[in-house]
Ligand binder design. Structure first.
Ligand SMILES: *Cc1c(COP(=O)(O)O)cnc(C)c1O
Length: 239
C-alpha cells in the first residue's frame, strides 16, 4: 500500500517492522487459541506519538488508532483528515469534552456512567453513523482507575441500549498490574464470562477491548477482539 516511490526512512522502516511483528504475535495467539480469523483487530495506541508516525502507519494500510488525550487527538484528527482513519477514544472522559468526542471519533472505549453516555448520544451528529461504545469495567475496584463496578455493568448496558445514537459494542478493561500472567489471565477470563452472561440476558455485544503490548497473547487466548497496542508498535513513548 506504499503509494510513493520514495524509499522508507529509517523511522518509517522501524514502524513497519514493529507493526509486522505485532501482527505476527496476534496471529500466533489466534492460532494457539483456535479462534476464527478476521475477528481480532489491532488498535494502534498513538498517545504522545507524532502525527507523522500515525500518517506513516496509515499509508501502510493501518486504519485504527487510539488516543487518550483529547487536545492531542484533535490536532492529529485535523491534520490527517484526508486519510481514512477510524479514531478510538480510550482515555478518561470529562463531561465537558463529550461534544468533541461525539463529533470526531468512531469509537469510545471508556464509557463508565450514564451521564457521559447521554451526553455522547445527544452530541452525536445526526448525519454520522451511530457512535460505537464499550463500557469500561473496573474489575478490581481500584480507586485510582475509571470504570464501572462489575455489578453495575448490566444496568448501564441496558441504559446505553436505549440511546439511539450509540451502538453498544462490548466491554473494555485495563486489568490491575499484577506480578504473574496467571493473574492477568484471570481478569481477562472474567471479562469474557461477563460478556457471555450479558449476551444470555438479552444484551447483544461483539467486542472485548483488552490486551496491550505486554499481555496481548493472554487477552487473545481469553477472547479479546481488540488489542490496544502502543509501545510495541510505536516504540517507547516520549514523556
Ligand atoms: C497507553 C494505553 C494502551 C497501550 O499501552 P502499551 O503498553 O503501550 O501497549 C492501551 N490502552 C490504554 C487504555 C492505554 O492508555
Amino acid at each position: 500500500m506504499n503509494n510513493s516511490l520514495k524509499p522508507l526512512s529509517c523511522e518509517e522502516d522501524k514502524l513497519k517492522m514493529r507493526l509486522i511483528d505485532v501482527k505476527k504475535r496476534v496471529e500466533d495467539s489466534r492460532l494457539m487459541a483456535r479462534r476464527n480469523p478476521g475477528l481480532i483487530s489491532i488498535l494502534a495506541v498513538s498517545k504522545k506519538q507524532t502525527t507523522a508516525a500515525v500518517e506513516t502507519l496509515s499509508r501502510m494500510g493501518h486504519m485504527d488508532f487510539g488516543e487518550n488525550f483529547l487536545q492531542d487527538a484533535l490536532e492529529k484528527i485535523y491534520c490527517l483528515k484526508h486519510l481514512n482513519i477510524n479514531w478510538h477514544f480510550i482515555g478518561k472522559i470529562q463531561s465537558n469534552k463529550t461534544r468533541d468526542i461525539a463529533e470526531k471519533f468512531q469509537w469510545v472505549h471508556t464509557v463508565d456512567r450514564l451521564k457521559i453516555a447521554e451526553r455522547l448520544n445527544s452530541h452525536r451528529p445526526h448525519q454520522l453513523p451511530k457512535l460505537n461504545v464499550c463500557i469500561q469495567v473496573n474489575q478490581a475496584n481500584e480507586t485510582q482507575k475509571n470504570g464501572v463496578q462489575p455489578s453495575n455493568v448490566a444496568n448501564l448496558a441496558r441504559e446505553i441500549m436505549g440511546l439511539p445514537k450509540l451502538r453498544l459494542r462490548g466491554l473494555m478493561t485495563i486489568p490491575p498490574i499484577t506480578k504473574t500472567s496467571d493473574n492477568t489471565r484471570s481478569f481477562f477470563a472474567e471479562l469474557r464470562e461477563q460478556k457471555e452472561k450479558l449476551i444470555s440476558e438479552g444484551i447483544p455485544m461483539d467486542t472485548l477491548s483488552m490486551g496491550m503490548s505486554s499481555d496481548l497473547e493472554e487477552a487473545i487466548l481469553n477472547g479479546s477482539t481488540i488489542v490496544r497496542v502502543g509501545t510495541a508498535i510505536f516504540g517507547p513513548r516520549p514523556e
